[in-house]
Design a protein around this ligand. Structure first.
Ligand code: Y43
Ligand code: MG
Length: 197
């Protein structure tokens, strides 16, 4: 099935396209259609994922899949959370976002370092689809005191994966997408599709 991958994030595209291809989807990045990104005005990840997918359906007439995700840090009461993409003010400023998180963690005395990435993925068959398929995934880890590695995107250099003993930015893309929040959400989506049909 041909669908629009409703994201402007190149890191997400690189992670999701191969997995979607395995699942039998010809996922075309929304940049190939040239419409504007949806405004992410939702109060929850699922609302924002729906807004992004619906925007893509409206502009293309095709089914669309969107991810809305973020980093949730326990010591910061869940920040950066929903505003992970522009925590430091500028959308997609990974270095600025990381610097802000590290400064806030450094201001705390002996903070717990636990955190998690969360991903909500929505698949809409068309803009008015009343029955979206919704999947989610969580990746538990810890916030490092300083960045490590230069792979991945976003907060990957400060997210430590206890299972592999390195940062998300030090994992090969293929491994990251197998264990990540987004990889898990995509696996759940695949299961739901298999039982839905
Ligand atoms: O695996 C990840 N590794 C590192 N950082 C991550 C990851 N997953 C989400 N994040 C952070 C950065 C991203 O910018 C934000 C999501 O914000 P979010 O609005 O869903 O994505 P976005 O604005 O970058 O692209 P788009 O909305 O076009 O899909 O959370
Ligand atoms: Mg966004």
């Amino acid at each position: 099935m041909r669908l629009v991958l409703a994201t402007s994030n190149k890191g997400k595209l690189a992670e999701m396209r191969p997995i979607l291809a395995e699942t039998g989807f010809d996922a075309v990045p929304q940049s190939e259609f040239g419409f504007a990104d949806a405004e992410e005005t939702g109060h929850t990840f699922v609302e924002n994922a729906l807004l992004k997918a619906r925007n893509a359906c409206r502009h293309t007439g095709l089914p669309a899949l969107a991810d809305d995700s973020g980093l949730i840090i326990d010591a910061l009461d869940g920040a950066p959370g929903l505003i992970s993409a522009h925590y430091a003010g500028v959308h997609g400023d990974a270095a600025g976002n990381i610097a802000k998180v590290l400064a806030e963690m450094a201001a705390l005395e002996n903070p717990v370092r636990t955190a998690r990435f969360y991903s909500c993925i929505v698949l809409l068959k068309h803009a008015e689809d009343p029955q979206p398929i919704i999947a989610e995934g969580i990746w538990h880890g810890e916030i490092l005191p300083a960045p490590q590695g230069d792979g991945g995107f976003g907060y990957d250099p400060i997210f430590f994966d206890p299972e592999h003993g390195c940062s998300a930015a030090q994992l090969p893309t293929e491994l990251k997408s197998r264990i990540s929040h987004r990889g898990r959400a995509l696996a759940q989506l695949r299961e739901k599709l298999a039982t839905h049909a």
